[in-house]
Design a protein around this ligand. Structure first.
Ligand SMILES: [Fe+2]
Length: 287
């Protein structure tokens, strides 16, 4: 044994691990993995983990990996449903008080949605209850942000996105890009979205079911707003009346993102929503 091995012998594995990676070239990676190992060692002690527990955990993680394919990312679903994605989003995109909160974009975003004229509908098949979303984009002082790009995407009245059923919905159905006018306003015509469940047929869905966690997301419209000089905002507008509003399995609901879909005099619904952008931070990216 050399002197180094003598020093490490007998240390708890987590401490020995941290010592072994202390000279690694990538110190961010080394410290991250060592911190993870230390947290897991504490968890093993606190929860009095058994060999059977360990086998069950490894079998679960194996199944999560085996469920992944070109069309499905079960690891992302696991991170989302454990609240990890939302925690990272909150940390990466801290907003000043009064700014609309940032949220995860979710798995159904497409970066190539077509441009729409003010007042044009994104519902290409006209199925569902008509909804007019009157959006206003302002800065923290309440001043309008003209020329902001407002991108929206949503599920239809059955809770399904266009790219989930490409044979039944027209391409780019319920997706579009708009631009705010001189008053920072834009009118988006669409249909009222329905909520939808996250996938229940894989290991993550089965775990959540065993834990008694509901899998249904409350109805929402995804919105991403980009404007020069401002941090990009990626967020949700949630239907406050949805019965699942208090149990979003992805932890994206925030009081500032609740909207009411009011019946319109001529039928359908209207919703007015004000988005408050934060100024870009010097030296930071547009996130
Ligand atoms: Fe969604």
């Amino acid at each position: 044994m050399d002197g180094r091995a003598d020093t490490l012998a007998g240390l708890p594995p987590a401490s020995a691990f941290a010592a072994r990676v202390a000279q690694a070239g990538d110190q961010r990676l080394a410290q991250g993995v060592a911190a993870l190992v230390a947290q897991l060692a504490r968890l093993i002690a606190e929860a009095q983990l058994t060999r059977d527990d360990m086998r069950a955990i490894l079998a679960f993680l194996t199944e999560v990996g085996e469920t992944c394919s070109e069309q499905r990312q079960e690891w992302v679903l696991l991170a989302d449903t454990l609240g990890l994605t939302s925690a990272v989003e909150a940390q990466m995109a801290q907003r000043p008080a009064g700014a609309t909160p940032n949220t995860l974009p979710g798995p159904f975003y497409r970066p190539d949605a077509p441009m729409r004229a003010d007042g044009e509908s994104i519902s290409l098949d006209a199925k569902g209850g008509p909804l007019t979303l009157r959006a206003e984009v302002v800065d923290l002082d309440g001043q309008p942000v003209p020329g902001a790009q407002v991108e929206v995407w949503q599920a239809n009245a059955d809770g399904l996105y266009e790219n989930q059923e490409p044979d039944q919905q027209p391409e780019y159905n319920l997706r579009g890009l708009y631009r705010t006018d001189a008053a920072g306003r834009v009118t988006i015509r669409t249909v009222r979205p329905a909520g939808y469940p996250i996938p229940a047929d894989g290991p993550v869905g089965r775990l959540m079911a065993r834990l008694g966690i509901a899998l249904d997301r409350p109805a929402h419209i995804h919105v991403r707003i980009t404007a020069p000089g401002f941090q990009r905002l990626t967020t949700h507008v949630f239907d406050a009346s949805d019965p699942a509003i208090d149990r979003d399995p992805l932890f994206a609901v925030h009081p500032a993102l609740l909207a009411t879909f009011d019946p319109a005099p001529k039928g359908g619904f209207t919703c007015a929503f004000r988005f408050v952008l934060a100024r870009a931070r010097p030296g930071a990216d547009a996130q």
